[in-house]
Design a protein around this ligand. Sequence first.
Ligand code: UDP
Length: 458
Amino acid sequence: MENQSSNQIEPRMGRRLLLFPLPLQGHINPMMQLASILYSKGFSITIIHTNFNSPNRSNYPHFTFHFINENLSEGEKSASDIAAIVQLLNVRCVRPFHDCLVKLLSDVSEEPIVCLISDAICHFTHAVANELKLRRMVLRTGGATSLHVFSTFPLLKEKEYLPVRDSQLEEPVVELPPLRVKDLPVSKTSDPEDLYQVVVEMVNGTKASSGVILNTFEDLEQPSLAILRQAFGIPVFPIGPFHKRFPASSSSLLTQDESCISWLDKQEPRSVIYVSFGSIAAVNESEFLEISWGLANCKQPFLWVVRPGSTSRSDWLETMPKEFLEALDIRGHIAKWAPQQEVLAHPAVVAFWTHNGWNSTLESICEGVPMICMPCFTDQRVNAKYVSDVWGVGVQLEKLEREEIERTINGLMLETKGEKLRSRILHLKEKATQCLRQGGSSYQSLESLVTHILSSEL
Ligand code: UDP
C-alpha cells in the first residue's frame, strides 16, 4: 500500500472513539479501515461488534474489542434477503448494544469516550446514543451518489417509480439523470416495503447524526456531495479512498487465496479478466453456466472468484461443460476468495467483471482497471450506471448470456474502446492518489473530521 504522509501514527491524545460496524464484509472493511485511520490520528479505538461475522481481533492488537450477542439463528444469518437481516439486527442489537455502552461509559479506567461512529444502516444506535447523551456520527460505506438517491425514496414513491415495475425498467428517472428505473437501488430478493423502511430509517438516522463520513473523494462525486451537504444539513466528510491508507486484507472474513498472485505472475501483462461479485451476491445455476460459457468462449485468461455459497450447487465444478474445463486448464484460475486489492494492482489484470459493490468499484478505480458492470442489487445499480455513463470507466453487461459476455469482453479488449476506458480511469486513479496527499481534498477533510470530533468537548 502507498505510504501516504497522512498515514503516520500520531501520538495518543487520550480520547477514545467507539466504532460499530454492520457485520457484513463490505461494511466491516471500510469501518476497520476508518478505525485504523482515526487511530493514526491519535484516537484510541474500541470496536463494538456482533458475534456474527466478527473480525479477527488478533489483526488489531492496538484496538479494544467488545462483542455483543445479536441472537441471530443460523437460518437468519444465511438468508439472502439483506433487508430482512438488517431489520433483525436493528431490533436484536438494541438491548445488548445499550448495555455494552453503559458499561463502557462508566469505565473510568479508560480514556474519555468522545464519539460513537456507527454504520449508517444501524439506525437503532441513534436512540441509544441519544439516551446516553453520547455524540454519534455515522459512516456510510456506499458512495455519495447512492446516498443521495436513497434520500429521494419518499419522492420516488410519490412519483410511482417505487415499487419498481418490470414494464417501466427502461424509462428514465427524470429527477435523477442519467438513472433509468432499472438503475434504482432496489433488490429482487427483498420485500420492497422492508427495503423502503430500511432506507428511510438509514437516511433519517444519518440526518440526525452529528456528521457523516464517506469513503469517497471530491473529484469523484463532487455534485452529489454538494447536494448531500445542502439536503442533509450536517457536516459531510469525504475522506476516501480508505483502502489506499489501510488495506482490507486484515478484516477479511474469508482466507484470501494467495495462489491468485503466483498464477497472475505467469500471465501476460494486461491480459486477465478478473471476475468477482463480492461477498453477498449469488447467481443461479443457469446464470452460472452462462458465465462459464462466456469465459470459455471469449478466449481471454481469467481469474474467477467462486465464493462458497455464491452458487446453489457445491459440486458445480463437476457439472461444468467440457469446453469450460479445457479453458480453465489452459488459461483460467478459480479461487474461493482472492486478495482483491493485490489482484487489481497486478499488471496482468486488464479488466474487472464486477457486481459494483462500492468497495470493489473504488478499488478498481484506484488501480486504474476498467470494469464490466453486472450490478445485482441496491446501490450496485447506481454505482454501475455512474461507472459506465458518468465516469466512462466501464461498460455494462446488458444480459447475463454467453454471447453477450463474449461480445462485451472482446469489445473491451479492442484497442480503441479499451484504451479510451483505460485513459479515463487512469485519470481518476491519479485524482484518487492526489486527494490523499498533504493539501488534497480527502487529506483536508480528515483534518476537519478530527477537529469536528474534538469540538464536542468545547
Ligand atoms: N473481496 C476480497 N476478495 C474477494 C472478493 C472481494 O477481499 O475475492 C473484498 C473486496 O476487496 C471488497 C469487499 O470484499 O473490499 C467487497 O465489498 P463490496 O462493497 O465490493 O461488495 P459486497 O461484498 O459488500 O457486495
